[in-house]
Design a protein around this ligand. Structure first.
Ligand SMILES: CC(C)(COP(=O)(O)OP(=O)(O)OC[C@H]1O[C@@H](n2cnc3c(N)ncnc32)[C@H](O)[C@@H]1OP(=O)(O)O)[C@@H](O)C(=O)NCCC(=O)NCCS
Length: 166
């Protein structure tokens, strides 16, 4: 079972709670991507990727599973993940700035890993300019496997694919 920090509760959500994910992303993204992605691009991407119908499509048509973490009564972060072949993929992972560094990110990853076990590896894409997230993943045991071009909403970026063997 994943180790969850004190006063943190993690629960899987359904379509009816996807607005929590949308609200958290709107708060986290401007902080997470400051200096990495331009502000007007962030707004366009949030409106596209985090539209409720986009999130609902990921959950119902693509089989992505979503979990939300609550800390001391506040919805504080979320993860979404899916499994392809023998790999668990983390698709989205965002923690409120004031709730970062207390173990929620790690606990959310472990929740996804436990759900999809057994897997041979866990992988994710991260923007190649998102140094803080890259450091976090390295500390957690991920290594950069490749650099890939990606389309996010209408924009082109470069991601690292990071992988950890399980
Ligand atoms: C990156 C992110 C998901 C990490 O989640 P978090 O809840 O802050 O991280 P945790 O508290 O679980 O940290 C787990 C470990 O990583 C370490 N860590 C956290 N952030 C780190 C960083 N920026 N650099 C190095 N280590 C870091 C912690 O010290 C902790 O180590 P420990 O278990 O030995 O104490 C979170 O900070 C976040 O949402 N960032 C902004 C959004 C983002 O960039 N998301 C990723 C998109 S791909």
């Amino acid at each position: 079972m994943p180790e969850v920090p004190p006063n943190v509760a993690i629960r899987r959500i359904g379509v009816d709670e996807l607005s929590i994910v949308q609200q958290l992303a709107e708060e986290v993204w401007p902080h997470a991507f400051e200096g990495v992605i331009q502000r007007h691009q962030i707004e366009i991407m949030l409106g596209d990727i985090y539209a409720l119908e986009s999130l609902e499509n990921e959950m119902t048509a693509l089989g992505h599973v979503f979990w939300v973490a609550r800390h001391e009564g506040l919805e504080s972060g979320f993860v979404s993940a899916f499994k392809r072949d023998d790999t668990t993929w983390i698709k989205k992972l965002y923690i409120l700035p004031r709730k970062q560094g207390i173990g929620i990110g790690r606990a959310l990853i472990e929740t996804a890993v436990t759900h999809f076990a057994p897997s041979k590896a866990i992988s994710l894409n991260v923007n190649n300019g998102n140094a803080r997230a890259i450091e976090f993943y390295k500390k957690y045991g991920f290594a950069i496997a490749e650099e890939v071009p990606v389309k996010m909403g209408p924009f082109d970026f470069t991601d690292y694919v990071m992988t950890k063997a399980l």
